[in-house]
Design a protein. Sequence first.
Length: 312
Amino acid sequence: MKHVLVVGSLNMDLVVDVDRLPQTGETILGSRYWNSLGGKGANQSYAAGRAGAEVCMLGSVGRDSHGALLLKKLQEANVQADMIRFDEERPTATAFVLRETSGANSIIVISGANQGCTPEYLEQHENCFKWADCLLCQLEIPLESVCSAVHKAKSLGKFVILNPAPACTNLPDSLFRLVDVITPNETELFLLTGKTICTLAEIVDSAHSLIAKGVKNVVVTLGARGALLVQKDRTIHIPGYIVNCIDTTGAGDCFNGVLASELSAGVALEQAVHIANAAASLSVTRSGALQSMPSKHEIEQWLRMGVEQKEG
Ligand code: RIB
């Protein structure tokens, strides 16, 4: 069984390529401006679909060309997108992405129709929760909707992955107990725990404070340094890959989508993190968010090639 339900955002990314970010009060020249499909929910659905899972997505778009493009693209990766709602008042969400030459990015999201992904709408689609083996959520839709989705999935005995992105400081304690795997990056881990995290030992310590709150497994994504799997009684560092990084936008989403795909297929967590880490490293060698997600075949080829990994 490989049924993944993604509850989350769908955005149109407006990307500006810059050498570096402007400082406050400074004007700089960018080199290019382009549109690209994105949104953490859409990216993760697409990544899971490309990685081989059967995916259903719940979310909300505006009745506009951006929304139509997003739905069409998701269907190309066999993502069931027909339950995604159309918001009659708000436009499809927009993300303003400043992409630096190094591949790093800064993003501002205007939520628009994502606000229409409400608990009431999710309640109408209980059948999707029943169908799924695994629920994957992020935090780009209203927090009450995330809580409602997680509660619903858990009440049906489903596996729950929470990607706490964008970073958030006010997750209710009751949520942590329902999460099987939480996948913060370092910034998100800092904001969730309030603990300084400079060294790997400090990251492990912070991850343990989430385990103390009831989360079963913490997977910290470390960018170029790979990922850290922290469980109550063991920690495993999976190193990053040596790649030519072009664009990190959506790399975390690739990681989460592939992780959900593998876990829903019954792959053990440590191995699933290995595969997700490899897929994410491949995604950063390509431009854009949703369009950078690798297929199952590409991930397998990448793993077979044995691209060099670096400790760190
Ligand atoms: O994680 C990357 C995504 O964050 C982008 O696609 C953008 O839409 C924002 O949601």
